[in-house]
Design a protein around this ligand. Structure first.
Ligand code: GN1
Ligand code: MG
Length: 376
């Protein structure tokens, strides 16, 4: 049963009190972006000032060990801050603590327990759900995620707990997918025969980066793992990238998946859940803008093999998300939040159409990367 407005209001008031935020809740609204966690914008007034926060319930089904995840986020934030030239408040995520000193709050018990956190809302900032065809959004996002990788170069990855084991282990994801197809618990596989065949035909390609890891050809770094453009906050006036958000899946991973996930999300011609797959294409102009920004920051960081893997990373991560959406559709939509019954199937079709278009343009992507790399 969804909560009533009054219940949400009362719950947010209670949570703000537990995080020792002074003042009265004067405004709140749900933030609909994100497929996993539940987020609210809140504003409190203490008689002098209005302060704004994000209050978020972490999805406990997805993040099995949220306390460790919060510790990861703290460590990463501290590391990045130690390198920052400015301590401007808008350039960091600041999680508030409860009286017990925790940067989270657990409500309820057993099946009904909930995991909440509260952090500063970055003022006068803007983020982009799609790049709206804007090269500047992609170029600046590329710089921001490239810089993030660079800043975490000397971070000791052993300190991190994997918040989702096998998160971008595409080979594992593929095994799991075909298991789900074999079980076909809800009899839905027949509505996705073409998509299942496409994934089967590209299984070897999907495993290629994992094999390169096995052979020691690609280094494991600390990566963000969810590099959508809506995870960069820009200054509303100057378009300066202020801070990278959603550090929930920061874990050891491949640079090319971080590079590729922004390409998947924003260097394309339609939204992630475009209902008409024919409208979903790679946009090479936007790809180039992103690659320019990214490479300008990581030119001295990535190995030659990593440069070679960037375009492949875009295609593999798109295939991976396509099969993750389809898997979730086949098991009954347990993981990604959906707005209508076939939403995950529609998302999968859009991602697979984009994957096919990326494969058609693999050489073009490679040429652009080579040309940029040489200039740098
Ligand atoms: C999920 O909830 P959000 O939007 O931060 C997902 C990503 C997907 C993305 C697709 C923990 O991220 O892996 O790429 O949806 N996050 C998790 O939009 O599974
Ligand atoms: Mg995320």
């Amino acid at each position: 049963m969804p909560l009533t407005d009054q219940e949400i209001h009362d719950k947010l008031v209670y949570i703000c009190q537990q995080f020792r935020i002074p003042g009265e809740l004067i405004l709140y609204r749900p933030i609909p972006t994100g497929h996993i966690n539940t987020s609210y914008y809140t504003a409190l007034y203490d008689g002098k000032e209005v302060r704004q926060y994000l209050v978020q319930m972490v999805n406990w089904y997805v993040f099995r060990n949220p306390v460790s995840m919060m510790r990861n986020i703290d460590l990463i934030t501290q590391h990045i801050m130690s390198k920052a030239r400015t301590l401007e408040r808008r350039r960091r995520l600041h999680f508030h603590h409860t009286a017990e000193g925790n940067n989270y709050l657990i409500l309820g018990e057993g099946e009904n327990r909930e995991f909440w956190r509260l952090y500063n809302y970055v003022e006068n900032s803007v983020s982009f759900e799609t790049a709206e065809g804007r090269e500047d959004v992609l170029r600046v996002s590329g710089k921001a995620f490239g810089k993030f990788l660079r800043q975490l170069q000397d971070f000791d990855a052993d300190q991190l707990v994997e918040s989702i084991p096998h998160f971008h282990d595409t080979r594992y994801r593929l095994e799991n997918f075909f298991q789900v197809v074999r079980e076909d618990a809800l009899g839905r596989a027949k509505s996705a025969e073409r998509e299942i065949a496409l994934i089967r035909d590209n299984r070897a390609f999907g495993c290629s980066l994992c094999e390169q890891i096995d052979r020691g050809e690609l280094p494991i770094r600390v990566t963000h793992n969810d590099t959508k453009t809506n995870n960069v906050l820009f200054d509303r006036d100057t378009m300066d990238p202020l801070v990278i958000i959603d550090l929930d899946t920061c874990m050891p991973g491949l640079a090319c998946y971080d590079f590729g996930d922004t390409v998947r999300f924003a260097a394309c011609t339609a939204a992630e859940d475009e209902p008409d797959p024919a409208r979903m294409k790679l946009d090479l102009r936007l790809f180039k803008a992103y690659a320019e920004g990214y490479i300008s920051e990581v030119k001295d960081v990535l190995t030659p093999a990593e440069f070679e893997s960037l375009a492949t990373g875009a295609a593999v991560i798109t295939l991976e998300l396509g099969l993750r959406f389809l898997s979730d559709y086949l098991i009954g939509d347990k993981y990604f939040r959906i707005d209508y019954p076939t939403h995950n199937l529609v998302r999968a079709r859009a991602q697979l159409a984009l994957f096919e278009d990326m494969m058609r343009h693999m050489d073009d992507m490679q040429h652009i990367i080579h040309a940029l790399h040489e200039i740098e």
